[in-house]
Write a protein that binds this ligand. Structure first.
Ligand code: 16G
Length: 248
């Protein structure tokens, strides 16, 4: 389909959406490419600018495009998938995609646990725990801001670790002999605030995915409570669902 039809059964913004989707699938438009402006699309397809805007906006909302203020609208990179069945860390997820994970440590310190964190880690509010704030990048592109709270005997030793160049999960497992067994994770949609927008190099108000994760070691002891903010247009959380068989 290369043109939109006024008398077709489908609304014209929808037809344009499908045309643009095809361009991405056919790789005529590649990740990072600037797409034509509303004006160019409206002239090319003989539609109003409002119709072109609606089609673009819907593809932005679906995560296929992203907008950069003052620059235009671009094709998103293929999203990074975190499988929700396996307990993996950022480094593993990014390497599995053939990308290079890097980390900027924003702060690492012993802090008193706030009420929510204490509840998840099953400790007393105010207990000192290791708190790590990191900006996570894939191929030098900022992807997520993470705050990890860790509690285990000797967690203050993490202050001496090089967390800029090491995976936290690998350290916990290989250096500290901790066995990460399972995790609970919640996802919530939201928007990127001003400060985070700057760190993630996004316009403020961009879509974000907020996650809360509690990781357990053996005997169901919580060890990490992490709150993260992922760039909404670069990340997808994947889960496969099976219908429970009816008991006969
Ligand atoms: C993931 C976890 C985070 C954990 C990190 C470890 C979510 C929402 N967060 O990003 O809790 O600290 O992996 O990654 O999935 P690392 O081993 O690369 O440091």
């Amino acid at each position: 389909m290369h043109t939109t039809h006024r008398k077709g059964p489908l609304p014209r913004y929808y037809q344009l959406k499908e045309i643009m989707r095809e361009k991405i699938n056919a790789q005529d438009w590649k990740p990072g490419d600037l797409i034509p402006s509303e004006r160019e699309l409206s002239e090319q397809y003989g539609i109003s600018r409002m119709t072109a805007r609606q089609a673009i906006t819907e593809l932005v909302n679906e995560g296929l495009f992203y907008r950069e203020q003052g620059k235009g609208t671009f094709v998103s990179r293929h999203k990074i998938t975190q499988q929700l069945m396996h307990l993996t860390g950022f480094t593993e997820d990014i390497r599995a995609r053939g990308q290079r994970p890097t980390t900027r440590v924003l702060s690492a310190q012993m802090c008193p646990a706030d009420e929510t964190t204490a509840e998840h880690l099953r400790i007393k509010t105010g207990q000192l725990i290791f708190t790590l704030r990191r900006l996570r990048l894939a191929d030098d592109e900022p992807l997520a801001l993470e705050v990890s709270h860790l509690n285990f005997i000797g967690c203050e030793k993490l202050l001496e670790e090089d967390l800029e160049h090491n995976s936290l999960y690998q350290l916990l497992e290989n250096q500290y002999g901790l066995v990460l067994i399972e995790a609970e994770q919640e996802l919530e949609a939201g928007l990127v605030g001003n400060k985070e927008a700057e760190q993630l190099q996004l316009p403020s108000g961009s879509p974000a995915l907020y996650t809360c994760r509690t990781v357990y070691t053996e005997r169901n002891v919580p060890i990490e409570y992490a709150r993260s903010m992922y760039c909404g247009h670069k990340y997808v959380f994947y889960t496969s669902l099976k219908r429970e068989q009816l008991l006969s």
